[in-house]
Design a protein around this ligand. Structure first.
Ligand code: TXA
Ligand code: MG
Length: 365
């Protein structure tokens, strides 16, 4: 199959919308990461998404829908769009959805809600809930309006690989497997949406992402609860341990670089396979050159380092995360190392979550 990257002109958005209505798939930009989209009500299109991504069907998809009118009854509109079963929500839960939808949509928040009978089983993996999001990328918004159908869209990468934040990343991963990629530039957020579930116990955080826990707390009045089984892999059904991973061996530092003691360096030296000549190092904040010098001296190999934000900006670090992982994976380094953030403040919660899933711990000595 020939893959074509389309500039997001009004004509091409119209073309992509027509393709989606006809049951085809289109890779689309969003403010978080690129998505592989198909008509959520078309079972055959949804089946194609799973096939193209090589994604197991026990991992449900997010349904994307157009912005709600100002002051709309959020659950009422989602019910009228045949996405959500309003009757299955308590009035308290309904009020919470109203507050979340008004505060964060359009934007990088996904809300898991009781599912309407019209949503195909394949979208929800047979669960009685459906994940819904209103993206704010102007191209996605225009495309959703033109298509006139909600779009099921997982991140546009092959299963368990790094999520794409540019059209080029999608081409690298899905070239030859999808007919159209709509180019909307580099993603503004760079991390997937935050996924929350609204239930009898209040708000549960299933996946940290572009909306911080502090921002949720501000709107809800209390912080979201961590998902019941707190261990990674039990929040969302799709939150598998290994995820977002480069192809190379990717180890995580047991502590931030600056605080590593002789013990930890020794454990790292042992974990790096013999014969390794070049190591790629990802640090969150600070100077890459200094980090490379330090690591190189301690490990006795050549180290190239990449900082997510040398200026210490969480927003920049989030934007750069997947891009940096891809760069390191394509670099000459044979083994990769990453430092995890030493705080879970703000976007660092999601950055740490993704890095933890992408890396392997080093066995202590
Ligand atoms: O930012 C994003 O959310 C991007 C863009 C394209 O919108 N999409 C994305 O989709 O990250 P995906 O498929 O890679 O991740 C969807 C997450 C998975 O962890 C999945 O398990 C969870 O949402 N999810 C979907 N439906 C669910 C449900 N009914 N209950 C619990 N978790 C659900
Ligand atoms: Mg994904």
């Amino acid at each position: 199959m020939l893959t074509e990257v389309l500039h997001s002109t009004p004509e091409n958005i119209e073309r992509a919308a027509a393709a989606l209505r006809a049951g085809e798939l289109v890779a689309i930009p969003t403010e978080t990461v690129y998505g592989l989209a198909g008509n959520a009500f078309d079972e055959a299109a949804v089946a194609c998404i799973f096939a193209v991504k090589e994604r197991p069907t026990f991992d449900p998809l997010i349904v994307h829908t157009t912005a709600l009118p100002p002051r709309a009854d959020v659950v009422g509109v989602l019910a009228a769009r045949q996405l959500v079963d309003a009757a299955a929500l308590s009035s308290e839960a309904r009020r919470m959805v109203q507050r979340l939808g008004s505060a964060f949509w359009p934007g990088p928040l996904t809300i898991v809600l009781p599912r309407h009978a019209s949503v195909p089983d394949l979208v929800t993996s047979g669960l009685d809930t459906v994940a819904v999001r209103v993206p704010r990328h102007p191209v996605t918004a225009a495309l959703l309006a033109a298509a006139g159908v909600p779009l099921a869209a997982p991140s546009a990468n092959r299963f368990s690989r790094i999520s794409p934040t540019t059209a080029r990343h999608v081409l690298e991963d899905l070239g030859g497997r999808v007919r159209w990629i709509l180019d909307g530039g580099a993603c503004e957020v760079g991390l997937e949406s935050t996924v929350v579930a609204v239930g009898a116990e209040g708000l549960t955080l299933l996946r940290p992402g572009g909306i911080t826990s502090a921002a949720l707390e501000e709107v809800i009045g209390s912080p979201p609860r961590p998902s019941s089984a707190d261990a990674p892999g039990h929040g969302s059904p799709g939150m598998l341990e290994k995820h977002y991973a480069p192809a190379k061996l990717f180890l995580r530092l047991p502590l931030v670089l600056e605080s590593l003691g002789e013990h930890e360096w020794e454990a790292l030296r042992r974990a790096i396979p013999e014969g390794t000549r070049r190591v790629g190092l990802l640090i969150v904040f600070g100077g890459a050159e200094r980090a490379a010098e330090l690591a190189s001296a301690r490990l006795g190999v050549q180290v190239t380092a990449r900082a997510l934000s040398s200026a210490g900006s969480q927003i920049e670090a989030a934007q750069q995360l997947f891009h940096a992982m891809r760069e390191l994976d394509a670099s000459e380094a044979e083994v990769l190392l990453a430092e995890l953030p030493d705080s879970s403040d703000g976007l660092l919660q999601a950055i740490g979550d993704r890095l933890r899933r992408a890396t392997r711990a080093v066995e202590p000595g």
